[in-house]
Design a protein around this ligand. Structure first.
Ligand SMILES: [Zn+2]
Length: 410
């Protein structure tokens, strides 16, 4: 079921669970009754906690697998984590790529939605293919994730069969999982490790691909579409490849959204015309890290980890895909120096970068915002509730980051 394609060929009738499942937790899932959020034309919709259960996710290649295998073969006393070529190189070079020991890392087959901003394959294409070597001038490409959490294309007969067989609390997870990679190899978003225009290129390709996918999805009668753009940077926070890459989850199940997004939607609804992000001074500015023409970065007063940074465009926009080129260029510039400033004061290099957006089809007020969350080991009580314990006072964290950032400001 690679690339989220379920056909008569690859679907084995033996176990219906061997498909991507979206499972709503019955202990925290509530039916959406009002017309508040989303249009809810046909199906039942929920908010609450859900999990994607996707067997294919476990099959995705990890950057250091082959090295571990090799060291086992040679009874090597220590595991040596040498740098290996990344699987994405097979895509950018348009041919199979092997590591130094002859293991094939990637076959070069792909479905490319956007090369930079240019549309290539249709988001609902079912034909993975090899491409020509990408031109040097290309900055970033957006691909269909080969190991997705959701099914993108399903043979209608099989879909009927699956839907009939599944117990009512399980749903077939439908959607598009995108990956955006830089054309050349860069490991991080830090000032010292990647040029600014490459980060901007990644953002622009993500935006173009989101718009293309949503347009094609709407034509296929999907609606109420939650979209989550994010970066997992580092093995400890879910990054399985060393090359910098972002992902976008486009959920086409049309059955609602998670409880955290419900909280955001309700909070913005309650604010009405007095949007908190448009009006706040973030604790009288002592938590602000960086304020540019287009963006505000600050340490949030309710951190989920120490040094949790939140940021938002100064313009009241609802979605990542509404950001204009000036805003995306400035975001690239700002993220790059903030990541370096965090590196310089030895904050964990494993970080998540997340964008919180209003779903497509929801006619609700919302102010797009992002989170930069450095990795940290957290405790049990924190897994149970939507609560965190942080040691670092946010205004002190902000002062440290500001001081570290100073040398990168012109
Ligand atoms: Zn606002």
């Amino acid at each position: 079921m690679e690339w989220g394609i379920i056909t008569k060929k690859n679907f084995k009738d033996k176990t219906t669970y061997d498909i991507p499942i979206k499972r709503w937790d019955p202990l925290s899932t509530v039916k959406i009754k009002s017309k508040d959020f989303g249009l809810g034309k046909k199906r039942e919709r929920y908010y609450g906690h859900y999990s994607y259960l996707s067997p294919i996710r476990g099959k995705r290649p990890k950057a250091y697998d082959t090295v571990e295998k090799k060291s086992e073969l040679e009874h090597c006393p220590k595991k040596i984590f040498a740098r290996v070529k990344d699987v994405f190189m097979a895509v950018t070079e348009g041919k199979p790529i092997f590591d130094d020991w002859g293991y094939q890392l990637g076959d070069g087959f792909t479905i490319i939605i956007n090369q930079d901003e240019k549309k290539l394959d249709n988001p609902f294409s079912d034909i993975p293919h090899q491409i020509e070597r990408l031109p040097e001038s290309c900055k970033a490409v957006t691909l269909i994730n080969r190991y997705p959490s959701m099914a993108r294309i399903i043979d209608p007969e099989i879909e009927d069969y699956i839907v009939e067989k599944l117990p009512p609390h399980l749903k077939l997870a439908r959607g598009i999982n995108l990956i955006t990679i830089s054309r050349k190899f860069y490991p991080s978003l830090c000032f010292n490790l990647i040029p600014e225009d490459i980060i901007a290129g990644i953002f622009l390709s993500m935006k173009a691909a989101i718009l293309y996918c949503v347009q094609e999805a709407i034509e296929r009668d999907y609606y109420d579409i939650p979209i989550s753009p994010f970066f997992n940077i580092g093995m400890k926070v879910g990054g399985s490849q060393p090359r910098i890459h972002s992902q976008v989850y486009i959920d086409l199940s049309g059955d609602g959204h998670g409880s955290r997004l419900e909280g955001y939607l309700r909070a913005f609804k309650e604010m009405g015309d007095n949007c908190h992000l448009c009006e706040t001074t973030h604790g009288n500015t002592d938590r602000i890290i960086l304020n540019t023409e287009f963006w505000t970065f600050y340490t949030t007063g309710s951190p989920v980890r120490n040094y949790h940074i939140r940021f938002h465009p100064n313009e009241h926009l609802r979605r990542f895909s509404q950001l204009k080129i000036n805003q995306l260029n400035d975001l690239a510039k700002s993220i790059r120096i903030i990541f370096q400033a965090l590196d310089d004061i030895e904050i964990d290099k494993n970080r998540n970068l997340l964008f919180n957006c209003c779903p497509f089809g929801y006619d609700d007020d919302f102010h797009l915002f992002g989170d930069i969350i450095p990795h940290e080991v957290i405790g049990g009580a924190e897994m149970a509730d939507d609560m965190r314990v942080a040691r670092k006072l946010p205004h002190i964290a902000a002062a440290e980051i500001r001081e570290s950032l100073v040398k990168y400001l012109n």
